[in-house]
Design a protein around this ligand. Structure first.
Ligand code: SAH
Length: 212
């Protein structure tokens, strides 16, 4: 199975390019990461479609377009090295980040998903990722500061702890809102945080508090 995906992944990458993704590093990551590895057996036939899919535990693997676009936005903002991801989920976005940036830290609140994602990344020989089972609202203080922070679940407001863990000049991307969500970008300059609204989006909620 692993060997046969290359044509489908390349076709997905070409589709995303037609939809407006331009960053060659991101397009190459999409073409080289087997998305079917991150998806349950019964949904394998949809693995290379440009759509979000259920991954169990009431969660979803994000649509490839949004994965690519958010990764591209971080690169356009100058991020290259250290990235924190909140909401590991299937691990697919994590794998794309691992191919695009130097070092990834990823936090997931559901232990079963975190464990499964870890196994998948090792299967793909991606070793520049550290994962933590924890509450994303708190970020990952001991590894801060981060050049980029990407949140893949929607919060009612930007978690304060995440803003504090941005490096000076760092960039945070997060979906904000409940039924009406917007992807926002926050750029840190010293104690100043500048917010830009990027686009309407649809993500599962960033759950407050406890971990499972
Ligand atoms: N990028 C992932 C998206 C998964 S959906 C993918 O494409 O597979 C969002 C994920 O965020 C879910 O796995 C959910 O369990 C996780 N999540 C929700 N609230 C969280 C929180 N407070 N802390 C950490 N992870 C959280």
């Amino acid at each position: 199975m692993l060997a046969n995906y290359t044509r489908s992944a390349k076709a997905l990458s070409d589709l995303l390019q037609r939809e407006g993704v331009e960053d060659t590093q991101v397009l190459s990551a999409i073409a080289n990461i087997p998305r079917h590895v991150f998806i349950d057996d019964v949904l394998q036939h949809k693995a290379y479609e440009n759509t979000a899919l259920p991954i169990g535990q009431g969660q979803t693997i994000s649509q490839p377009y949004i994965v690519a676009r958010m990764t591209e936005l971080l690169r356009l903002a100058g991020v290259r090295n250290k990235v924190l991801e909140i909401g590991t989920g299937s691990g697919y976005q994590t794998a794309i980040l691992a191919k695009t940036f130097t070092k990834i830290y990823s936090v997931e609140r559901i232990k079963a998903l975190q464990w499964q994602a870890k196994r998948r990344l090792h299967q793909l020989d991606l070793y520049n990722v550290s994962m933590k089972h924890g509450d994303g609202w708190q970020g990952w203080q001991s590894q801060a500061p981060f050049d980029g922070i990407i949140v893949t679940a929607a919060a009612s407001k930007v978690p304060k702890d995440l803003l504090a863990q941005l490096a000076d000049g760092g960039v945070l991307l997060a979906p904000i809102g409940e039924s009406d969500q917007k992807l926002i970008m926050v750029i840190r300059n010293g104690d100043d945080y500048t917010e830009h609204v990027i686009a309407p989006v649809r993500f599962v909620p960033l759950v407050p508090g406890d971990i499972e």
